[in-house]
Design a protein around this ligand. Structure first.
Ligand SMILES: [Zn+2]
Length: 428
């Protein structure tokens, strides 16, 4: 599905039609990449000898996407805990514009999570992954609330146990943990432990109240996991986690597939948080990129029908979203600019896990993590720390995605019609 050229140690010059910077688009600009970093941005650059020249004079160049919440794709799942599964995922994500990702676990027994961490550590250090860079692990559970478990297996939900989690954090690979504040008093100790070991803390799969959420945010938790999903709704007398997220300067993860969250709620969150606090995630699962059918999620079965993934009890079971589609969805739904969408798909998620100083922006000294898109916002190439990953044209659109795009377009059209007819009624 791809061809790779090792350009990491080379110097590359990109001639860009449109360069997406954090606050504006620059036209007809050049970018010089060296040793995996962005070293020059100018209208004209004289390339040193031997420079690899990339012609993007018809294309859009923006920061590579960073997905902090993703479980699988193209038949592989992080819980498979094999180097082959991680390799499949890194190349699949790169084909969709991702240059950095967190391998996201699900609620499982200690041994299964240990094994994922072992493999993640191995493939992160041995250089065996091509494509998107594995930035670390996101532990989604097991210290959550069964009431809002969603697709998480209730059998393995448990109170935080230091004998278990100290070993996980000691490895230094965990960059994010999703927990429910109210699940057990021990979770406050867990929060402190995670923060002192370099992991960010997200609140999610939780029934917490506004006050409980605020206590955890004040103590250092910095985001909500898939905002609106797997938490109580916003009530005007008990605003819950959603209210706490809207009322404080924390990050809000959002699954931007238009299925998990209604477009109106997506817009409301965007208007409230802005592009620097709204982190687009995929929450994608194994079935992403494949057709309808039954798929395995550890010991559970996920049923994909009409490109929506559900548990046998009907609960949504993660998404079939890729970040390139998320980019198009967030622009279409919120009407935001391309630089704002770039922030929400790249820098904001990177910043939410403490990597905003080197990832997610086209700026001097930043990692050369880029995505090159055509004018339909379809991915043509990605660069991860200077290494180019090219996507063959025939693989740009999978059949399933084309079908899904059509459905999405129809949903959007229907919503637009409904909105304008309601507006007409109001204006009458
Ligand atoms: Zn998830």
């Amino acid at each position: 599905m791809s061809n790779l050229q090792n350009t990491a140690n080379k110097t590359s010059l990109l001639k860009c039609a449109q360069l997406v910077l954090p606050n504006r688009i620059e036209r007809d600009m050049c970018l010089l990449l060296h040793n995996g970093k962005i070293v020059e941005i100018a209208a004209h650059i004289d390339p040193p000898q031997g420079t690899n020249i990339i012609d993007a004079t018809h294309d859009i160049v923006m920061p590579g996407f960073v997905d902090t919440h993703v479980h699988g794709g193209n038949g592989a799942d992080t819980m498979d805990a094999t180097p082959a599964a991680f390799a499949t995922l890194s190349t699949f994500f790169a084909a969709h514009g991702v240059t950095g990702w967190l391998a996201t676990t699900v609620t499982a027994n200690q041994n299964d999570i240990d094994t994922v961490l072992n493999v993640a550590q191995k493939v992160q250090t041995d250089g065996s992954l091509n494509g998107a860079k594995l930035l670390g692990v996101h532990l989604e559970g097991p210290y959550i609330n069964t009431k809002w478990r969603g697709a998480q297996d209730a059998t393995f939900v448990r109170p935080a146990n230091p004998a278990e989690y100290e070993n996980w954090f000691a490895r230094g690979i965990v960059k994010l943990i999703t927990m429910a504040p109210e699940a057990a008093p021990e979770n406050l100790t867990l929060l402190d432990y995670a923060l002192t070991h370099g992991a960010a803390v997200a609140l999610g799969h939780t029934d917490c109240t506004y006050d409980q959420a605020l206590t955890f945010f004040a103590r250092g938790a910095n985001q909500s996991t898939h905002t609106f999903n797997a938490m109580r709704g916003l009530h005007h007398r008990e605003p819950g986690l959603v209210g706490a997220v809207m009322d404080t300067p924390v990050y809000a993860q959002l699954i931007a597939d238009g299925i998990h969250v209604h477009p109106a709620a997506m817009r409301a969150l965007y208007q409230c948080k802005g592009a620097t606090k709204l982190a687009v995630i995929s929450d994608a699962i194994r079935a992403t990129g494949l057709g309808d059918g039954e798929y395995r999620m550890v010991d559970q079965t996920v049923i994909v029908k009409d490109q929506v993934a559900r548990m046998p009890n009907g609960a949504l079971a993660g998404s079939l979203l890729t970040m390139d589609i998320a980019l198009r969805n967030i622009i279409h739904t919120t009407g935001c600019t391309l630089p704002e969408a770039g922030l929400m798909c790249s820098h904001t998620p990177a910043a939410s896990i403490g990597m905003g100083h080197c990832k997610g922006k086209i700026e001097l000294g930043y990692d050369a993590d880029l995505v090159i898109l055509d004018d339909r916002l379809c991915v043509k190439h990605t660069f991860t720390q200077g290494t180019i990953f090219s996507i063959k044209q025939e693989n740009l659109d999978f059949d399933g995605f084309q079908q899904w795009h059509q459905q999405q377009k129809q949903i959007d059209l229907d919503l637009d019609k409904a909105r304008s007819s309601r507006l007409n009624d109001i204006l009458k």
